[in-house]
Design a binder for this molecule. Sequence first.
Ligand code: PEP
Ligand code: MN
Length: 300
Amino acid sequence: MRESWHERFAETPDVLKNAQRQRTIVPVLDLEIGGGEFIVMAGPCAVETEAQLMATANHVRRGGAHILRGGAFKPRSSPYAFQGLGLEGLKLLARARQETGLAIVTEVMSEDDVPMVAEYADILQIGSRNSENYSLLETAARSGRPLLLKRGMMATVADLLRSAQMVLDNGNPNVILCERGIRTFETATRNTFDVAAIALLKQISHLPVIADPSHAAGHRELVPALARIAVVAEADGLIVEVHPNPDKAWSDGEQSLDFAGFDAMMNALEPWMEWRATALNVEKLEQHELAGLQMAEAVR
Ligand code: PEP
Ligand code: MN
């Protein structure tokens, strides 16, 4: 007999859809993540300067972003690379929120920093390298802030679900899952964008799922295509890197869009977002009809 997904992921029952819970909507300021609207999080990989952050925040807001991303604490592949501005970066993010009204998502890397980051951020990002750091997850969960949980670069879907279950177990229902590419034998792209994981997570879990085409691709020219694929895969949103001058960026410049590139991506996504809205409505109608039929059947 074919094993069901529920049997397969039986270890993490609370993150799976069930009769009571078909979707989790994560509230962030006046936004609803997972509520039907396609949510765009955009901004630089790292907060560098006030001018860089404010210019980017204003630009992405005008271009249709809902949330500003930007790292103040940076996990880097090299120990000698820029590690982030820390508290100064958090303060700049808070100023950008005040100026633009955009909500803030930023990474927290250590348990000790959780209270400080939670004071400034609307969403705490758990990075790929910390995806299964359970003591960080526990502390971050208890801050009460929504968590954007990135998939570890070597993590399976089951690993990601276990980390999400851990957050739920610590009393925080507001988890956003993020597919950001995994390591495979392919080296042309920085990671391999696992679209099947997006489709699978949307099918089995009630948690919102967003895609990070920037870290998946590693090359800015591929980002719009991966973003389009995420919309069509019915992800709940995107997190994408944007910089005023990517070639001068202190981190992840190769994969960052410039302002014109961000605008072009957003314009190109428009018809696909319309398609997605229609597809989701049709699905909802079908579910209503099915529920109606089941009711009629039960009454008979
Ligand atoms: C980032 O968002 O800049 C980042 C470091 O992402 P990841 O943890 O997915 O590598
Ligand atoms: Mn980055």
